[in-house]
Design a protein around this ligand. Structure first.
Ligand SMILES: Cc1ncc(COP(=O)(O)O)c(C=O)c1O
Length: 387
């Protein structure tokens, strides 16, 4: 869909273009990597900042049969958006008193890591009169959410089967999550895989008949075929960003970054040498030069840690954030060039039009590209291109 004049006017200051054709192609590339498994597009945190509903639709159109979120509220919003009924939606971050009943009525797959959650979901199912779809989560070594192996797992499996026999729930999945899949060859990967096999085999011997067993996130989908099982859960790779430089570049896997973040220069002005720039004067112009004002700041998700380091493409040249990133704006030294006010400053994009990438910003800010794209704030309009 081409953009209207009104849309362009509303997004003059700054915009995050979201290329849904690239997203669809990424989903297809990931399906080719894991041909024996179904694909879950992880669209939590507003699809890593890309917009949950449009991205979910594009992912489903490209062959994702599952969607994943952290919170039940995110999953309920997806169901309410009217995606095809046969799309399975799973959410995994529950706290006591959560909306179990609504989740059961919306046919969500809910994750259970502990007895308190199994009890709450069973009680909600009794009140609702419908069985819940429950996926038991094993902590195979991440040390975060998930049920510990041994006694805890035996109790959870036993009680889940008891509730299943009572008609309160169906155990639809057995699953886990990797700690270090973004560091290929890390010794914890083999340990977690072995433990996952043991814990799923134990549950199956006890009588669990899951629809799906799954442990692979994006890095495991890209690098570890033995971890694919029945379903792969891909987040960052769906958005065309590599999980880590050690895993490879997006192009190595046929992926293309989906988000391009740009802004219009709000001011271009000449200043003399020795001029302090932005709060704290952490940058001083080395000589007479031009400064460009980029109307994006940490309130928009531009990391303050990228002060004096973040790269920006202006008029075909890479420039660097001059001094501190402020709440709403930062400055680049244009080295005497005089682009017109309104000229486009591209912070990051796919990288094949000369612009930096989210990975470049991650390195400039000492973080990971996940954080760069996910934290782009709600004040930046998302513009869906190639819908
Ligand atoms: C449980 C779970 N599965 C899958 C993912 C997707 O991970 P990635 O973005 O590395 O594909 C996440 C994201 O952190 C997650 O929390």
């Amino acid at each position: 869909m081409s953009e209207t004049a009104a849309q362009w006017a509303a997004t003059r200051r700054a915009r995050a273009e979201i290329d849904l054709v690239a997203l669809g192609a990424n989903v297809r590339a990931l399906r080719e990597r894991a041909p024996g498994a179904a694909l879950m597009a992880v669209v939590k945190s507003d699809a890593y900042g890309h917009g949950a509903i449009p991205c979910a639709r594009a992912a489903v159109a490209a062959g994702a049969t599952w969607l994943g979120t952290a919170t039940p509220q995110e999953a309920l919003a997806l169901r309410a958006a009217g995606l095809p009924d046969d799309v399975r939606i799973m959410c995994w971050l529950w706290t006591p008193g959560g909306p179990w009943r609504e989740a059961i009525e919306a046919d969500l797959d809910v994750s259970v890591s502990a007895m308190w959650a199994l009890k709450e979901v069973g009680e909600a199912a009794r009140r609702t009169g419908r069985p819940a779809r429950v996926q038991l989560k094993a902590d195979t070594g991440l040390g975060r959410n998930g049920c510990q192996p041994g006694e805890d797992w035996a109790e959870l499996v036993r009680e889940a089967l008891r509730a299943e026999r009572e008609g309160l729930l169906r155990v639809t999945g057995l699953w886990s999550h990797f700690a270090c899949a973004d560091e290929p060859g890390h010794p914890s990967i083999a340990v977690q895989l072995a433990r996952f096999r043991e814990m799923t085999e134990y549950a199956e011997q006890q009588g669990v008949r899951p629809d799906v067993r799954h442990i692979a996130n994006s890095p495991a989908t890209l690098t570890l075929p033995e971890a694919h099982f029945d379903l792969v859960r891909c987040g960052i790779a769906v958005y065309g960003v590599s999980p880590s430089p050690e895993v490879g570049t997006p192009a190595d896997f046929g992926l293309r970054p989906v988000m391009t973040l740009s802004a219009s220069l709000a001011l271009v002005k000449q200043v003399p040498g020795g001029h302090g720039v932005s709060y704290g004067h952490h940058y001083t112009t080395p000589g007479a030069t031009t400064l460009g004002l980029v109307p994006l700041g940490y309130a928009d998700g531009i990391p303050r840690h990228a002060s004096s380091t973040g790269p920006v493409l202006v008029d075909g040249k890479w420039r660097t954030v001059a001094g501190r990133v402020a709440m709403d704006q930062f400055v680049v030294d244009l080295g005497g060039d005089r682009p017109e006010p309104g000229a486009r400053a591209v912070l990051f994009g796919p990288g094949d039009r000369g612009e930096p990438t989210a990975e470049d910003w991650a390195q400039a800010a000492g973080t990971i590209a996940y954080e760069i794209v996910t934290r782009i704030g709600t004040r930046v309009p998302r513009v869906y291109v190639n819908e």
